[in-house]
Write a protein that binds this ligand. Structure first.
Ligand code: ARG
Length: 395
């Protein structure tokens, strides 16, 4: 009996080449797994492609709800933006996809796990580390192992009768509920502006002339209502993507440090992520003490770095998750955003756990803050700084 390999399959060029390669060069039967994380591609078409490649079995797994609950919600609680910009859409989906591949491999008693990642990107790290954390099966990554480039792959595909429909496309895309990454073409020149047709979620022309207000209500750090409407968590993200995108909000263009050391120019559309994280972090500032705010921003940065770097399973991430979770009990309240011609601004926030006290903060009459006490505090607060400066002047 031939051994079985389970492959994370998207239906694109890379993973199609891998199917043939496993069948012919490794003499294995291939089981393909496609995980729907809300990328909007036609799952039936992908299944038909797999069948055409002669796979033993194809699995299609709808993991949208799990993606939101177990990956996006923790990212919101961590205000997760890698290098202050990237909402981690791809980074969050990979450990989930790899986990599903592992589950199928166990069920099917497979002899190997496979993916179609190159050796230049971050995804190989996310797949390999998740695979190796959950099993000791060998990992086959032909694109990386054979150092294949796109031209060689296309040649291989042609020889094996693989239909390629993605090469004619201008950009290489990876998308899911949380965001859309756009790569390739003239975007590889970091000085050239992304053309309008790179964006399909975010409107770039003829934007509305009046502002759109968006109200997001959080409970325990999770968005539960938008525009006063309670929504299923998947719908809430889709709705926010649609509304913010229609106001021109949600494009990101930055230089990113990959795990393997390459600097890359990355372009994203992430309207919901930007609005929700902006609102969430604003609300935290209202309900957390200054000490919590200062420390949590360090934790948040570390969390985003671990998630980006493919270390989703590291015990440190679990430790940080526990800290973050305990900080979210009071992150309940409503934030009002103003979206206007591509701009995004928080214009209001309220919470029953608010530490903001107008009686203390007011410059008006009858403030509860006794400012006469401030002078002594300031003297002690600045004691070492002023002493150090006196010393310098004596030298
Ligand atoms: N740079 C991003 C990341 O590593 C997005 C990559 C998307 N492209 C891809 N082929 N997976 O998470």
């Amino acid at each position: 009996m031939r051994q079985k390999a389970v492959l994370a399959f998207s239906g694109g060029l890379d993973t199609s080449v891998v199917v043939k390669y496993l069948q012919e060069n490794h003499d294995m039967d291939v089981i393909t797994v496609t995980v729907d994380v809300g990328e909007g591609s036609d799952q039936r078409k992908i299944a038909a492609k797999a069948k055409k490649l002669g796979v033993l079995k194809h699995y299609n797994i709808d993991a949208k709800s799990e993606f939101v609950h177990k990956y996006i919600h923790p990212a919101i609680k961590a205000n997760a933006l890698y290098q202050k910009k990237y909402c981690l859409a791809t980074s969050l989906a990979r450990p989930l996809i790899a986990q599903k591949v592992l589950e199928v491999a166990k069920k099917e008693k497979a002899g190997a796990l496979a993916h179609g990642c190159t050796g230049k990107g971050n995804d190989q790290v996310r797949f390999d580390v998740t695979f190796a954390s959950g099993s000791s099966l060998p990992i086959i990554a032909p694109i990386r192992d054979l150092n294949l480039d796109r031209a060689t792959e296309i040649e291989f595909a042609k020889r094996h009768g693989i239909v390629i429909d993605s090469v004619s496309k201008k950009f290489s895309i990876d998308q899911n509920l949380w965001g859309r990454a756009i790569e390739g073409g003239n975007l590889e020149d970091p000085y050239s502006e992304p053309p309008d047709d790179a964006f399909i979620w975010v409107k770039t022309k003829n934007l509305p002339d009046s502002p759109r207000y968006l109200e997001i209500e959080f409970e325990g750090g999770i968005p539960i209502k938008v525009d006063k409407k309670e929504m299923d968590p998947v719908k809430l993200i889709q709705y926010t993507n649609q509304v913010a995108g229609s106001c021109g909000v949600g494009t990101i263009d930055h230089i990113e440090d990959r795990v393997v050391g390459i600097k890359s120019r990355e372009v994203y559309e992430t309207p919901a992520a930007l609005c929700i994280i902006e609102a969430h972090s604003d609300l935290e500032k209202m309900v957390h003490t200054k000490h919590q705010n200062k420390f949590k921003s360090l934790v948040d940065q570390e969390w985003a770095w671990l998630a980006y770097s493919g270390l989703w399973q590291d015990p440190l991430k679990a430790d940080l998750d526990r800290f973050i979770e305990s900080s979210q009990k009071v992150v309940t309240g409503t934030v009002r955003l103003k979206l206007y011609k591509g701009g995004l601004r928080v214009v209001g926030r309220k919470s029953r756990y608010s530490l903001y006290n107008q009686h203390i903060a007011t410059y008006g009459e009858g403030s509860a803050f006794d400012q006469t006490k401030a002078a002594g505090f300031v003297e002690l607060w600045g004691l070492q700084t002023t002493e150090a400066n006196k010393l310098v002047k004596q030298r």
